[in-house]
Design a protein. Structure first.
Lengths: 223, 274, 251
C-alpha cells in the first residue's frame, strides 16, 4: 500500500540577502514509499537530500509538484493542504526525526519522550533501550552530550508507531552499539507497516535498513 | 421665616430634585445625577439628605431627624430646627408620628409604614468606589451589571477577618439589578431595607446623586453561599431599657475602661422605658 | 475544523501612520498563532483590533461566525469576560496589587458567577500551583511578588476560567531570560493541556518557534508572510522574513 507518493518536486531558493541569488535544489524529483518499506536518500552534499526530506514534511515549501500522504485512509497533498491539515497529519501520521534535538528548556527527558499523552512507562522503557540511564530521565536534556540528546530525540520518535517516518541522519552522532539499536528500531517499525524515508550517511546503516536507494545529484546552480 | 421660600429651596430647584427622585424611583438602586445646590452648611453634613427632604416636604408633613439613631445630637437638632424655621412643619422625635424621617447612618428600630418616607444622608453613593476609582468606568459596570469585583472585596474580608466583615455600608443588590450603597448604616440594619413598606430615598449632596428604593422592593445583602450575610450586633442588653433586639451604641463611661451599651435609637429606647 | 477567528480587510491609521493595511487572517480552534514583527509593524494594533479593544477604520473581525461590530458593547464585554482572555505584557497593569493573589485569581470566577468562598479558594490554590507559585502565598499581596511571579499570577488569573481564546501581548517581554524560559514553558504546557486557542504577539522569533503552530510576519502594517511556524522560519520566502530570521542572535 502506497503511503507516500511525491512527484515533480521543484524548489528554488531565492536569497534576497545575497542580492537575490537563486539556488535550484530540486527539479522534477519524486519518490514513492509503501508500507513496510524504507527508501534511503543518497548523494553528495548540496544535492538536495535534506531539502527533499523537509519538503515531504511540509517544512520547506516546494514551488511545484505534489506530495501525497496517506492520512486517515485518504491521500492528502502536503503542498496544497491548509496549515491546519498539515498540523493534523504531523500529529497523527507523519513523523520526523531531525539530526539534532531542539532542547526545550526545563522539560525532563522522560516528559519530552512521553509527550502530551504522557505514556511514562513506555517512555522510560525506550529511553533505557537507547541507553539513557534512569538517573538522567528526570533531567532536561539541555545538559546532555550530543549523542545523549540525539538518543532522546530518537526515543521521542520511536515511542510512537508512526505510519510514515522521515529520518535525517538519525545515527550521525551515535557509537556503533547505539547505531545498532536504532537499526533494530527501524526494522521493527517497518515490520509494523511503517513507511520510512531516510538520509543515512553511514553506508552500513543504509544497507541494513533501506530496501531501495534514491540517488540525488545537484541541479546546476543558476547565478 | 422672612425672605426664604418654603423649606428653603426655590420651586424650580425642588422641581429639578423631584424629577430626579421620580427617575430614581423608576430605576430602583440606580444613581441619578442632580444639580446639588449650595446649602447653608458644608458638604459632609447632610446637604444631600436636606435637599431631598426640602423637595418633598409639604405643610402637613411631620418631620423626624435622627443622627446615628439619636434625635438629640447636634446635627439632628440643627437640621430639625432648620426645617422648623424654613418650612414651619411640625417636628417630632417619635418614629410612629413622623411622615418624613431624615436619617444619618441608621434605620429606626420601629417598623416603618407605607405612608412614611425615609431620607438617608449619603456620603459616597458609589458602592464600587474603592474597587473602581474611575466614576466613568463604574458607570459602565452598573450599566452592564458587572459586579464580580464587589465579591472580590467580600472575599478579601473573609480572607483577612474570617467573615464578611463589612460592619457598615454593606453593599446590596436592589431588585436583583443594581448594586447599591445603603449608606453607612450598620450591617444590622440592612435586612430592614428588604421589602420595606416605606419609600426610601437617598441623597448625596457633595457627590450630587440621588437614588431610591420603592416600597416593597427586594434588597439583598451581598454574600457567599458558604459565608452568608450575618447582621451583626453586640451580644448585650441595653443598659437603659433591657432591649435585646435593637442596635446598641457602646458608651465609654470613665477612664478606667468602664463602658455601657445603650440603644442607638433613642426614641425606641424611650418608648420601651415609658 | 471550522474557523474560530477571522479578520477581513482590516485598515487602521493613526494620523499619517498606517498601522494596519488590508490585513486578512484566519485561525481555528486549539491553534496557537504568533504575530511577529518589529516595533511599528502594527502587530500590537492588530492584536487590539482582534480583541475588540480598538475599532478598525475599515474591515471586520468575526468570532465564531459573529462580527464583533454587531455585538454591541454588552455583547463584546460578555465575550471578553467569559470566552476570551488577555494577557498583557505588564502584569501590574492587569492585576490588582492591593488584592490578595487568591482574590486576583478568584475575580474572573466571581465575575462568572462563582458564589462559594471555599470553592473559589480551592480553585485559586490549584491554579497557583499550576503556575508554580507556592500556594502558601494565596493570601499575600502581589505588591511583593517578583516580575516573573506577577506574570505567572496574571496567567493563572486569566486562564482560570479556561477561555476559548487567549490574546497575549509580549507575555515575556521585560523579564530576565531564565524567567522567560520558565514562563514560556508554562504557557506552552497549560495552553496545550486546556486546548486553548492563542493569538500571541511577540518580537522574539524564538518565542514564536517555541509556542506557535502558525506564524504571521508583519511589516509596516502589512502581512508579508504567513504559514506554519517552522516553515516560515526555516524556509522564509519574503525578503523581510529572511532578514528577520537571519538577524536572530545565535544562542
Amino acid at each position: 500500500m502506497i503511503m507516500l507518493d511525491a512527484s515533480d518536486l521543484t524548489k528554488t531558493f531565492t536569497l534576497h540577502l545575497q542580492g537575490g541569488v537563486r539556488l535550484d535544489v530540486l527539479r522534477d524529483n519524486g519518490l514513492t514509499v509503501r508500507a513496510g518499506e524504507c527508501i534511503g536518500l543518497s548523494g553528495p552534499s548540496g544535492a538536495g537530500k535534506s531539502t527533499l526530506l523537509r519538503a515531504l514534511y511540509g517544512n520547506y515549501k516546494v514551488d511545484a509538484g505534489e506530495i501525497l500522504v496517506r492520512h486517515r485512509h485518504e491521500m492528502v497533498d502536503i503542498t496544497a493542504a491548509p496549515d491546519q491539515t498539515i498540523i493534523e497529519v504531523r500529529r497523527e501520521t507523519l513523523g520526523y526525526v531531525s539530526q539534532f534535538l531542539r532542547a526545550v528548556p526545563r522539560v525532563a527527558a522522560v516528559d519530552i519522550v512521553a509527550g502530551i499523552a504522557g505514556h511514562r512507562a513506555a517512555a522510560v522503557a525506550i529511553l533505557e533501550r537507547l541507553g539513557i540511564p534512569p538517573r538522567l530521565h528526570s533531567l532536561p536534556p539541555a545538559t546532555f552530550s550530543g549523542g545523549e540528546q540525539q538518543r532522546v530525540n530518537l526515543a521521542r520518535a520511536f515511542i510512537r508507531d508512526w505510519p510514515i517516518l522521515l529520518l535525517d541522519e538519525p545515527t550521525a552522532s551515535l557509537d556503533a552499539g547505539n547505531r545498532d539499536i536504532v537499526i533494530t528500531l527501524m526494522r521493527e517499525a517497518k515490520a509494523k507497516g511503517a513507511a520510512l524515508v531516510g538520509i543515512f550517511h553511514d553506508p552500513f546503516v543504509r544497507d541494513a535498513v533501506a530496501d531501495s536507494v534514491l540517488h540525488l545529484s545537484p541541479v546546476s546552480a543558476a547565478a | 421665616m422672612q425672605g426664604y421660600n418654603f423649606a428653603y429651596l426655590d420651586e424650580q430647584t425642588k422641581r429639578m430634585i423631584r424629577r430626579a427622585i421620580l427617575k430614581a424611583v423608576a430605576i430602583p438602586g440606580h444613581q441619578i445625577p442632580f444639580a446639588s445646590r449650595e446649602m447653608p452648611l458644608p458638604y459632609g453634613w447632610g446637604t444631600g439628605g436636606i435637599q431631598v427632604t426640602a423637595a418633598i416636604l409639604g405643610a402637613d408633613d411631620v418631620l423626624k431627624v435622627i443622627d446615628q439613631g439619636a434625635d438629640d445630637t447636634t446635627n439632628a437638632v440643627s437640621i430639625r430646627g432648620f426645617f422648623a424655621r424654613t418650612a414651619g412643619v411640625r417636628t417630632t422625635t417619635k418614629t410612629a408620628e413622623a411622615s418624613v424621617i431624615q436619617t444619618r447612618h441608621r434605620i429606626p428600630e420601629e417598623k416603618l409604614r407605607e405612608d412614611q418616607i425615609i431620607v438617608y444622608q449619603v456620603p459616597m453613593p458609589e458602592p464600587l468606589y474603592k474597587l473602581e476609582p474611575s466614576r466613568a468606568k463604574a458607570k459602565r459596570r452598573h450599566a452592564l451589571a458587572e459586579y464580580g469585583e464587589m465579591h472580590v472585596k467580600l472575599y478579601e474580608d473573609i480572607t483577612r477577618f474570617g467573615r464578611v466583615a463589612v460592619a457598615y455600608d454593606h453593599p446590596v443588590m436592589v431588585n436583583e439589578r443594581y448594586l447599591m450603597s445603603p449608606s453607612p448604616i450598620p450591617a444590622y440594619d440592612n435586612p430592614k431595607m428588604d421589602n420595606m413598606p416605606a419609600l426610601q430615598l437617598f441623597g448625596a449632596g457633595r457627590e450630587k446623586r440621588i437614588y431610591a428604593v420603592p416600597p416593597y422592593t427586594t434588597v439583598r445583602s451581598l454574600d457567599f453561599e458558604d459565608h452568608p450575610f450575618h447582621p451583626g450586633r453586640a451580644d448585650q442588653k441595653c443598659a437603659l431599657c433591657g432591649g435585646e433586639e435593637s442596635y446598641l451604641d457602646e458608651i465609654v463611661t470613665d477612664d478606667k475602661g468602664g463602658r455601657m451599651f445603650a440603644c442607638s435609637d433613642t426614641d425606641y429606647c424611650a418608648a420601651r422605658r415609658a | 475544523m471550522s474557523v474560530l477567528l477571522e479578520a477581513r480587510a482590516l485598515y487602521k491609521t493613526y494620523g499619517r501612520v498606517t498601522a494596519l493595511d488590508d490585513v486578512f487572517l484566519q485561525m481555528r480552534r486549539h491553534e496557537i498563532l504568533a504575530i511577529v514583527g518589529e516595533s511599528g509593524s502594527g502587530k500590537t494594533t492588530l492584536l487590539n483590533v482582534l480583541a475588540g479593544r480598538i475599532a478598525p477604520d475599515a474591515g471586520e473581525v468575526v468570532y465564531d461566525g459573529a462580527p464583533l461590530a454587531a455585538l454591541g458593547e454588552l455583547g463584546l464585554r460578555k465575550l471578553q469576560r467569559a470566552r476570551w482572555g488577555f494577557i498583557q505584557q505588564d502584569p501590574r497593569a492587569a492585576l490588582r496589587l492591593d488584592i490578595s493573589a487568591g482574590g486576583n485569581i478568584g475575580e474572573r470566577l466571581m465575575a462568572a458567577g462563582a458564589r462559594r468562598y471555599g470553592d473559589i479558594r480551592a480553585t485559586a490554590r490549584h491554579w497557583l500551583e499550576a503556575v508554580e507559585i507556592d500556594s502558601g502565598r494565596l493570601d499575600d499581596f502581589p505588591k511583593f511578588f517578583s516580575g516573573g511571579m506577577l506574570q505567572r499570577l496574571q496567567i493563572a488569573a486569566t486562564l482560570v476560567t479556561e477561555p476559548e481564546l487567549v490574546f497575549m501581548d509580549e507575555p515575556t517581554g521585560g523579564l530576565d531570560v531564565s524567567v522567560q524560559a520558565r514562563i514560556l514553558d508554562l504557557i506552552g504546557s497549560l495552553v496545550r493541556q486546556l486546548g486553548l486557542a492563542v493569538v500571541l504577539v511577540t518580537h522574539d522569533i524564538g518565542v514564536a518557534r517555541l509556542l506557535a503552530d502558525r506564524l504571521i510576519v508583519m511589516r509596516h502594517g502589512r502581512i508579508v508572510e504567513t504559514g506554519l511556524t517552522d516553515q516560515v522560519l526555516d524556509d522564509p520566502h519574503h525578503e523581510y522574513t529572511q532578514l528577520l530570521v537571519s538577524s536572530v542572535l545565535p544562542a
